[in-house]
Design a protein around this ligand. Structure first.
Ligand code: FDA
Length: 440
């Protein structure tokens, strides 16, 4: 006997994109029973970025239901009851282990079959693990990764039991920086280890990075650059105790948190759908190479019209926007209407300690640093964290970064970059902040 269920629409994955897509379905037109969200996670869609930030804080940590989607875009929080009211089936705690796109069928780990008319793939990414590359001892206890709320819960438990011990954070990207800050706020002794010469090397210029590294050092975080972890040693209970680095150093550790990147979850569809740049290839209306199958969020490689390029973006702003646009495209197609193709303008943000930055556009060309006009220096000062960087390419501003900006300045900077204003380096160096304010 087959346990089988059919839906007009299935969203596979119950993360950020799924939640924003569900909301958009209800804004468009949705009948009870038409839509199901199938998710491995045990909870309704939530704003994932919280997991490395306030979820880990010692005082008044963020907990569900306060950060279910769509709180991140300032809209109503979609509680589990909301899905029920709208007749959306929230099939949580359910992993899909096989997808057969030709026969429009998904099969769960417990053998249940789900069929659909239209599928939206929103499986997101998974953390790259040290065990993937065979690092010795990397399967010891208390080595954590952060992707899902269940991962964060295990780290929260370790924070409680290892109370103010030693933490080694591996990876100098955003996850590493955010977790290192959170662990320091929890009064742990924190070291960060990363392969690159400076933190957030994919985005930050050396000048931007040196500001944050100075700030972290002032907060007591030890930064160990230009090396990697090659071995972990555990005690008799299998709990991690030591981290050996390639440079010969050995660090004591009660907790290790690893943030060395994320890979899109495309395995289920391998050989069934066209892929590009590690993700599922879609067109400007989120259509994959398979009829009635769409992809959104982290997993999709889409035409980035602004840069005439195919890209994959692993940021929450894209997850939200792509999901909404895909649902609009699906609905328009059903109605025989046409809508504009997706025009994504990259916008990312993060916060550590009492700092917070935004970045928009593309970080190509020459970076030009500017600081708050009150401070007559071209180097950001660790005591007054307000500065930025414009990237100039072929005489035009193509990207911008801003730490500590006001809402108006952030808006101004985004405008300057989206318009690709022509600019001169020396002017921007002096008037960069002023210009941001003027455009805001
Ligand atoms: P997302 O990962 O949100 O959801 C995918 C869902 O699919 C998960 O629920 C997963 O369990 C489920 N799934 C996968 N395979 C499945 C299967 N076979 N069966 C059933 N379910 C399956 N971005 C940013 O701009 N600023 C920031 O500060 C941060 N901070 C941040 C912190 C942390 C800890 C993470 C992990 C990520 C961020 N991000 C971020 C990135 C951002 O959260 C990310 O881009 C979005 O969550 C992507 O949304 P998706 O819906 O595509 O995937």
């Amino acid at each position: 006997i087959f346990d089988k269920q059919h839906f007009k629409y299935i969203i596979l994955g119950g993360g950020v994109a799924a939640g924003y897509a569900a909301k958009e379905f209800t804004r468009q037109r949705l009948l009870p029973g038409e839509l199901a969200i199938i998710s491995k996670e045990a909870v309704a869609p939530y704003e994932r970025p919280v997991l490395t930030k306030s979820y880990l804080f010692p005082n008044e940590p963020a907990r569900l239901p306060s950060f279910h989607v769509c709180v991140g875009s300032g809209e109503e929080i979609l509680l589990p009851e909301w899905y029920k009211e709208k007749g959306i089936e929230l099939i949580i705690g359910t992993e899909i282990v096989k997808a057969d796109l030709a026969s429009k069928m998904l099969i769960s780990a417990s053998g249940k079959i789900y069929t659909y008319q239209t599928l939206i793939i929103a499986t997101g990414s998974k953390a790259v693990k040290l065990t993937d590359s065979g690092v010795q001892g990397a399967d010891a206890k208390n080595i954590f990764y952060l992707r899902e709320i269940s991962d964060a819960d295990m780290l929260v438990e370790a924070i409680r039991t290892k109370n103010k011990g030693k933490v080694v954070v591996i990876g100098g990207g955003n996850i590493g920086l955010e977790v290192a800050a959170a662990m320091r706020i929890n009064k742990f002794d924190v070291s960060m280890v990363y392969r690159e010469q400076w933190c957030m090397a994919g985005l930050f210029s050396p000048t931007i990075a040196s500001f944050y590294e100075g700030y972290y050092a002032n907060k007591g975080v030890k930064l160990i650059k230009d090396t990697v972890a090659v071995e972990f040693e555990a005690d008799l209970n299998g709990q991690v105790k030591k981290v050996k680095l390639k440079n010969g150093k050995v660090l004591q550790a009660d907790i290790v948190v690893v943030g060395i990147g994320a890979r899109p979850l495309t395995e289920l569809f391998e050989g069934q759908v066209e892929e590009e740049k590690g993700g599922i290839k879609i067109d400007g209306l989120f259509r994959t190479s398979v009829q009635d199958v769409y992809a959104v969020g982290d997993v999709a490689t889409f035409p980035m019209k602004l840069y005439n390029d195919m890209r994959r973006v692993q940021h929450v702003d894209h997850a939200r926007q792509s999901a909404e646009h895909a649902v609009k495209a699906i609905k328009a197609r059903e109605d025989g209407k046409s809508i504009e193709e997706y025009q994504y303008f990259p916008f990312l943000y993060s916060s550590y300690f009492d700092l917070s930055w935004i970045f928009c556009g593309d970080n190509v060309g020459e970076p030009v640093v500017f600081v708050d006009a009150q401070y007559n220096t071209t180097r950001p000062s660790p005591t007054k964290p307000k500065f930025g960087t414009y990237w100039i390419n072929n005489g035009k501003v193509v990207g911008a970064f801003l730490e500590g900006g006001t809402a108006e300045e952030i808006e101004g900077i985004a405008k300057i970059v989206s318009l690709q204003l022509e600019a001169q380096r020396d002017r921007l160096e002096i008037y960069g902040m002023l210009v941001a304010g003027l455009y805001g």
